[in-house]
Design a protein around this ligand. Structure first.
Ligand code: KIV
Length: 265
């Protein structure tokens, strides 16, 4: 089995088929997820919450993500690995270059960065330098203090228009992937119409090319009430690997996300 690459993910977009992504932070879970058929692994800054116990992703550093990227890369010969640029890691062009270099050299195949249309220049810069990008739009958790909480985005016509325009501009600028978090299904559908790039969703409905879940949510071990977009795939599974496989199958046969995991208006 060869490695999943961007060409495979782009083929999914062209064929309107689906791929799976799960967050991963260490060698052991990454190997199990890969074995279960998960196509792509995200070394997310969610590690600040699920591994480090913080109440937001803001304390996570580039060194943290680089360390966990190296752990994941060591055990994932077949997976496409995306690593998160943490809070303020791209505050200046120089910061952005240093951060992306550290993550790619640790083993990432693409870097994910939270923002909006403001990311256009960074996408162009990274493209010129050979780094692949995934632009994260919608509910971008690093902006929690500006949003005043973890809230669904793109609900008003004006906000939806801004999101669709941003997605279109980032696609034109050459982003390799988009990731949409917590937006109503109708906004995702319009973003799919306005772009050609593979779109990964979390709480963004079934129209997305790929779906991502935080591993701890998928395994039902995150304390507290799960978010609407979460499904616990350990229910009915007899092992962690079979929970990952059930998630992978559900994404690929279109049964996840179901309407109860989505936002309508
Ligand atoms: O950090 C992360 O795990 C993420 C996903 C929730 C998309 O950004």
């Amino acid at each position: 089995m060869g490695r999943v690459t961007l060409s495979h993910l782009k083929q999914h977009r062209a064929n309107d088929t689906r791929f799976s992504m799960v967050t991963a932070y260490d060698a052991c879970f990454s190997a199990v997820a890969s074995e279960a058929g998960i196509d792509t692994l995200l070394v997310g800054d969610s590690l600040g919450m699920v591994l480090q116990g913080h109440d937001s992703t803001l304390p996570v550093t580039v060194d943290d993500i680089a360390y966990h990227t190296a752990c994941v890369a060591a055990a994932s010969p077949h997976s496409f690995i995306v690593s998160d640029m943490p809070f303020m890691a791209a505050a200046t062009t120089q910061d952005a270059v240093h951060s992306a270099r550290a993550l790619m050299q640790a083993g990432a195949h693409a870097v994910k960065i939270e923002g909006a249309a403001n990311l256009v220049d960074l996408v162009r810069l990274f493209k010129d330098q050979g780094a692949a990008t995934c632009c994260h739009l919608g509910l971008t958790p690093q902006f929690v203090n500006q949003f005043g909480g973890y809230k669904v985005q793109g609900r008003t016509n004006e906000a939806a228009k801004r999101l669709i325009e941003a997605a279109h501009r980032l696609d034109e600028a050459g982003t390799d992937l988009l990731l949409l978090e917590c937006v109503p299904n109708r906004v995702t559908e319009q973003i799919m119409d306005a772009t050609q790039v593979p779109v990964i969703g979390i709480g963004a409905g079934p129209a997305c090319t790929g779906q991502v879940l935080v591993m701890h949510d998928l395994l039902g071990i995150t304390p507290g009430k799960p978010a609407r977009f979460v499904k616990n795939f350990m229910q009915g599974a007899d092992s962690i690997q079979s929970a990952f496989s059930a998630y992978d199958r559900a994404v690929k046969d279109g049964t996840f996300p179901a309407s109860e995991h989505c936002f309508v208006d």
